[in-house]
Every structure is written in C-alpha cells, then in structure tokens.
Design a binder for this molecule. Structure first.
Ligand SMILES: O=P(O)(O)OC[C@H]1O[C@H](O[C@H]2O[C@H](CO)[C@@H](O)[C@H](O)[C@H]2O)[C@H](O)[C@@H](O)[C@@H]1O
Length: 277
C-alpha cells in the first residue's frame, strides 16, 4: 500500500525542483534493487514495479534542461540496463560506480513477442592484469565458500564477485559471509556487505563517488537520491544538506527522509514528475 508522503518530504521536493535554473537541471537518481524493484530470491527475475516504470517514463519525457535521470546501482551496467528497462537518456552507473553509461536506444518495449533491448553507450572499462588475476582468485575462493553453504551461490560482475546467501539457512549464511569478508581482506580487495550479499571488488569505488562525479558532469543544481541498502549510505553521506536523500525501508541511515516501501519510492518519483510538469 502506498502511504501519503510526509509534509516535510513533500516540501523538500518542492524546494528541490524550484532550485533548478538555466544550465543547472535537477538530478533525480535512484538505486535499483529494493527501491525500484522489490527484492526477490533470483536476481535475474528482478523488475521495476509498474508505478516505478511509469514515474521514470514521465521524468524522461521532461526537458533535459529541467531534469536529468540516473540509476546508481551495484548491478553491472549491462544487467542494470536490461532489468531496469530505463528510458532513453537515463544515466546508468553500474558496479557501484566502476561502470558508467547512458541509454541511447530502446527497442521491443511495446511488442510482447520481442524481448526488450536497451543500448547503452558506456565509458570503456577494463581491469589491469593484476586486478584480473585477483578477481579470478576471489571468484574461486567464493565458489569454494558457496559450495560449503547450501543455498549460497556466486554472481560474477566485471569488477567483482558476489556471494549470495538469501536462500541459505541463517547460521550457514552468517558463517559464509564471515568467510567471504576474510577472503576479501586476504586479497586486499574492497568488500561490501549488502542485503544477503557480500561483494568483493577489485576496483575501489562507491556510489557516493559516482554520484558526486555525475552531479558535477551534469552541473546539477541539486540531487534527489533514493536507496535502501548499506552501500547507499555512501551516496547519502556524499550529498549535501540541500540535496534530498531518501532511505527506503528499515535500517540505520544518514538520509534526511525515510519511506517504507518500493511503492512509496515510486510515489516520490511521481511527485517530482508532477512538480516539474
Ligand atoms: O545497488 P542495487 O541496485 O540495490 O544492487 C545491489 C545488489 O542487488 C542485487 O542483489 C540484491 O537484490 C537481489 C534481487 O532482489 C536479492 O536476491 C539480493 O539478496 C540483494 O542483495 C544484485 O544481485 C547485486 O549484484 C547488487 O549488488
């Protein structure tokens, strides 16, 4: 069920939108899993809610001089583009900031028989030989850990490997998570703990670094960012008090505002689209 937005958040969104000026659009940015898309056991089955898709679509039709749209995710860029079905012109930040691109083409969206396809123009991304060999070692180590924890499995990304424990029994999941974090330290890698995941990356980045970079590239007047996970705290921390930060769901946060559900998150995006129309 969608709850009405709090008066404080509604006021903050109105102030946010009013802050745009010629050459300085507002930047509306969101996390994907747990914000636009409900969390599910199988990450390949994630999909944005119809309300989120509708709100993103409306934002994307507004003049780029007023608003720019971005998804900032731990997903790798290609998977983010495919699953999010982000509209044309959306800036995509993948792998927690290691990858970046923009949606330059969409096809097959209105034809039920055709798979949807999204074309992304991205900045080139490549690992060094040292990073590649450390990633191979991390991946093998995580595979061994997952093998000993029934229900756990490993997701591959261009710059990281991720141990998923959502389907493992809680004690086993906790032990596997501890072993994964120890593995990350052993390989001098960057370990991030998220919702039933431990991600070990060989590239040092964060959603905060990526979001500030994007804000500067776009000369944005202010940023709205919605996130649900521990890794989103880096984005909330990197923004300023004039930006609007929204935590989705429970858990400690430094965000200025909180909403409860993915439906409420879509309502925030819809309200921004309404204010800008
Ligand atoms: O930054 P995000 O867009 O929130 O991506 C974070 C991670 O999302 C995926 O894992 C999470 O969602 C899965 C599907 O709902 C769920 O099964 C898993 O437990 C969640 O942690 C994705 O698989 C990771 O690679 C992303 O880093």
């Amino acid at each position: 069920m969608t709850m009405p937005l709090s008066p404080d958040l509604t006021d903050a969104l109105a102030t946010f939108v009013a802050g745009r000026s010629p050459g300085h659009p507002v930047l509306v940015a969101s996390d994907f899993d747990g914000v636009l898309s409900p969390l599910v056991d199988d990450p390949s089955a994630s999909a944005p809610t119809p309300e989120a898709t509708e709100a993103l679509g409306r934002l994307a039709t507004l003049p780029a001089s007023d608003v720019r749209l971005a998804l900032v995710s731990g997903r790798d860029l290609e998977t983010l583009a495919t699953l999010s079905r982000a509209p044309l012109g959306t800036e995509l930040v993948g792998s927690h900031g290691a990858e970046q691109g923009v949606v330059v083409g969409t096809a097959g969206r209105d034809d039920g028989d055709e798979p949807a396809s999204t074309t992304v123009e991205g900045h080139p991304f490549a690992l060094t030989d040292d990073e590649r060999s450390r990633l191979d070692a991390v991946r093998s180590g995580l595979e061994a850990i997952a093998h000993d924890a029934e229900g756990a499995w490993v997701e591959d990304k261009p710059s990281a490997a991720v141990l998923h424990t959502r389907r493992a029994e809680p004690d086993r999941a906790a032990r596997a998570g501890d072993a994964a974090r120890a593995l990350g330290a052993q390989h001098d890698a960057h370990t991030m703990t998220g919702k039933d995941v431990v991600e070990i990356a060989v590239v040092d980045t964060s959603k905060g670094v990526a979001l500030v970079r994007l804000r500067d590239e776009l000369d944005a007047a202010a940023v709205l960012y919605l996130g649900d996970d521990v890794t989103d705290e880096r984005a909330f921390e990197a923004l300023s008090s004039t930006d609007v930060t929204v935590k989705v769901g429970p858990g400690e946060t430094v965000a200025r505002f909180r909403v409860d559900t993915v439906e409420d998150a879509a309502a925030v995006l819809a309200e921004v689209a309404r204010l800008l129309a």
